[in-house]
Design a protein around this ligand. Structure first.
Ligand code: GRF
Length: 214
């Protein structure tokens, strides 16, 4: 499966996807990395892996629709049939999302549907929940919403700060994003309404739980 990865930042999730795709039997390859920000390290990661890159700077466009049109054009040109958002910090408009229905994956650093949006670990700590984690999901027009493919959870240590928690969660992101991409690329995923069925029982439980041990 030919995949385009959209980034806005350092691209550690991109790197995890690049590393996974480099494996011989991995069923997907990255054909293009697009950033809306020209000065991000993620672009260097892509270049180092020999992947074509493109900058589509949202500041060059009058509105979201025009930016999304340009994005759509670039994606079609590179032949991608799936989009992975990997730390991509722009909201995509409904028209774009509907055009790519069930063909856009996103990784979000919370156990959705809790804590959509930004500053997820700060909010998790403030709210006193016992677990944080991350979610890979298909994208629908609502922010950080859509059928969930995979989640991983980590127990919250209340003595840790948001940055420490984010670092733990980020490690889990690097594990579950390639796993989820593999499932999608192998055609093992069926979306039924708002839920996802995984056809191989071996993959059906993707949740990594890190319980509190006394
Ligand atoms: C990750 O936590 C991702 O889930 C979030 O933004 C962060 C980006 O990290 N959306 P990176 O650019 O992949 O290192």
């Amino acid at each position: 499966m030919d995949v385009a990865v959209l980034i806005s930042g350092g691209g550690t999730n991109l790197q995890a996807l690049i590393d996974a795709c480099a494996k011989d039997d991995f069923p997907a390859r990255i054909v293009m990395v697009i950033s809306n920000n020209p000065d991000v390290y993620g672009l260097e990661r892509a270049k180092a892996a020999g992947i074509e890159t493109k900058v589509i700077n949202h500041r060059d466009f009058e509105n979201r629709e025009q930016f999304d049109e340009k994005l759509d054009e670039a994606l079609k040109q590179c032949g991608a049939t799936l989009i992975c958002l990997a730390g991509f910090m722009r909201i995509l408009d409904a028209r774009f999302v509907n055009r790519w229905k069930n063909r856009i994956l996103n990784i979000h650093p919370s156990l959705l549907p809790a804590f959509r949006g930004l500053h997820t670990q700060e909010r998790a700590l403030e709210s006193g929940v016992r677990f944080s984690g991350c979610t890979v999901h298909f994208v629908n027009p609502e922010l950080d919403d859509g059928p969930i493919i995979s989640q991983a959870a980590v127990a919250i240590d209340p003595d840790q700060d948001a940055d420490q928690l984010a670092a733990k969660v980020l490690q889990l992101e690097h594990t579950i994003y390639p796993q989820a991409l593999k499932l999608v690329a192998e055609g093992r995923i069926r979306v039924i309404g708002n839920s996802v069925r995984i056809s191989d029982a071996k993959y059906a439980d993707q949740t990594i739980i890190n319980p509190i041990v006394e």
